[in-house]
Design a protein around this ligand. Sequence first.
Ligand code: 26Y
Length: 803
Amino acid sequence: MKITKKVFKEEMIQRLKEKYAMDISDATPQELFHVLGSVVKTYYADDWVQTWKDYLTEETKQVYYFSIEFLPGKMLKSNLLNLGILDTVRDGLTELGFSLDDIVDQEKDMALGNGGLGRLASCFMDSIASCGLPGNGNGIRYDYGLFKQRFVDGYQVELPDEWLNNGNVWEVRKESKAIDVRFGGDVYMMPLADGRLKPVYENSRLIKAVPYDTAMVGYQNDVVNTLRLWSVEIPASEESKYRSLEDRRELEDLTAVLYPDDSNERGRRIRLLQEYFFVSAGVQSIVRYFKKLNKPLTTMSQSIAIHINDTHPALCVPEMMRILLDECDLSWEQAWEITVKVMSYTNHTIMSEALEKWPIELMQDLLPRMYQIIEEIDRRFVNQYRKYYEADLIERTRIIRNGQVHMANLAIIGSHSTNGVAKLHTDLLKNVVLHDFYVIFPGRFNNKTNGIAERRWLQLSNEPLAKLLDKTIKTSWRQKPNDLHLLQNFVEDDAVLSAIEEAKYKNKVALAQYIKETTDIVVSPNAIFDVQIKRLHAYKRQLLNLLHILKLYFDIKAKPDLQMEPRVFIFGAKAAPSYSYAKAIIKTINETAQLINNDPDVKDRLKIVFLENYNVTLAERIIPAADVSEQISLASKEASGTSNMKLMLNGAVTLATLDGANIEIRDAVGKENIVIFGLTEEEVYAYYHAQNYNALGIYEDSPTIQKVLNAFIDGTIPNIQFEGQEIFDSLIKYNDEFFVLRDFDSYCLAQKRIEELYQDKRRWQQISLINIANAGKFSADHTVERYAEDIWQIEPVFAHKEL
Ligand code: 26Y
């Protein structure tokens, strides 16, 4: 279907009349957004139906990506781009007297995730569809997304994200595909006449999982996949069981919020139920679909792959076992073979506090049949492998241990593939964190370095650069991100180099304006825009960035006429509501910003801007305007990172430790085109082994560090009595868990190097160009193709129709 501007305009006018009974000239941007959304939906409706039908009739193998988080952001522009009608619609709207950008602003971010893991899932959804791969997302339709962050007196305050308030134009409720999910009560195994055992449930509860489907439109290839999000309802048959309001509330809360607070018993129960809820609904609906194909269950892995994104959906393993055993009457051995072949798992973190464990009693109480099955998986695992391995190793790898169910162990034992998300991360999994499993299952481990959807992170969010690329290297990079390599040919071309700088400048002007509007801080687009955007976490070391800023500030105070390249330090970060240390860092950065931004001696050489409510849309504004990309986690702690990839794609220069995917970025651009500092992962581990890290010693030996750290507790930074002390103590009293002080000097030198490079204008432009030219390697298109080939064994469908 080819959509012309004329047809589009007529449709807009007509639909507005139908929906709101008004002339288009009287419509508000909000009304226009809803009408435009529904028009766009009609443009992909046929392809959506057709894609689904093709998968069914051609019996295509499909992957189901199970993730407790999806972070798609806004979808309007992305859908327009992928349908190939962005310009048509933009021009059509202009002719009708409207600006597309004003309408785009009306859409609320779909923020059903916290950070990297959720955004990765959404980049994958875009890439899977764009590569013509048969794949679907499976997750939770939270009524409230990740909290909205506001700063009050420099403190983070969390407000609810009521993203569904004005409805959600993209979703389709599929009542007829609802699934019953059972939990609670008791379960007994009853012997049948033929010797099999059947579960009998007593006092268990049923809840209804209703799917809401959202189209995942592929990039100009007529493929439209599905993101299926489940919402809880109370089934009519169960109404009578929910007498008290409290009872009802507990159930309705199940899909109310993302990661409810798990610091109390009620929160923990809900979290575990959430996990089972979307897993059970998803796996049941997959098996129901598979049965339609009329193939033997033992061949399921030829039609279905299920991906477990981090451990939150690890219950996929026992749930698939339950269905195959209890509902399909397979033997344990048959069911297990199918399950392991169908499942695969990605680990996203080595931080031990993020490795999920559930108390046995809680699991038994809420999910008694799951617990029985997990116990049996654990028993058989121990039995099978104790013949070959020492008892200690078996004890360390078994699923049920010390009164807890270890979800990563369950995911690894119950799947055929475990992958890390960057080379270093996978090596650490194999050699350290999951080494015991690597000994038992060496063939299951593999690496899949993360990637990003270059459509959103360049084509949509950085139009000045995208246009320049079209002009310079033609447009093939839009289909094949590797063609960005062609830009390398222009590394000595002065006109192209300055054009890259001009595009950056334009984006910096736009960001400066946004900063002025939202914070009232005036920043110069001629300053270096130095950007650190990511969740606030001690291991990511926003604190190291802050210490360096303070050092610069004291340098200026000591020498008022100090020559320095003006800098704007830009932060974007949310702290988990219960993470008080991270909140203390936010407060301290905000107070330091007050101090420095308002000190007349600084004379605009330094500015700190902490933008509120970092989310996908804000990232789309900041990244195109960034000069410097701060990737300064303690080596070994950041599994991969993905903002590092987005920033390089937009021509920022990376300032990084050798951690996560930074190492592969260095390999891609060459070590002259990145600024590396700090301890290596080996050096970090050497400290762990020797147990000889001494933060106090570093403090005592360095007058600079003393001056900077004392600022936290001597009133230099105003209004932070409690927070300043907490941060100071984390470094000195508690011996600086993330080696901030150890890396401080080398970070300052690296920052000096950044300044020198920036002052050599042509060199800087060249580095920027080389970063853009080598970012194609980090396209999520490549990443999902590797998952498809190595793990999921699915193949692209080739579209036949003309748009
Ligand atoms: C169980 C609970 C405590 C938990 C909640 C959230 C555990 C993990 C997570 C989220 C982890 C996460 O977002 N990890 C990030 O995944 C990205 C995508 O792979 C990586 O780029 C990034 O380095 C990693 O921190």
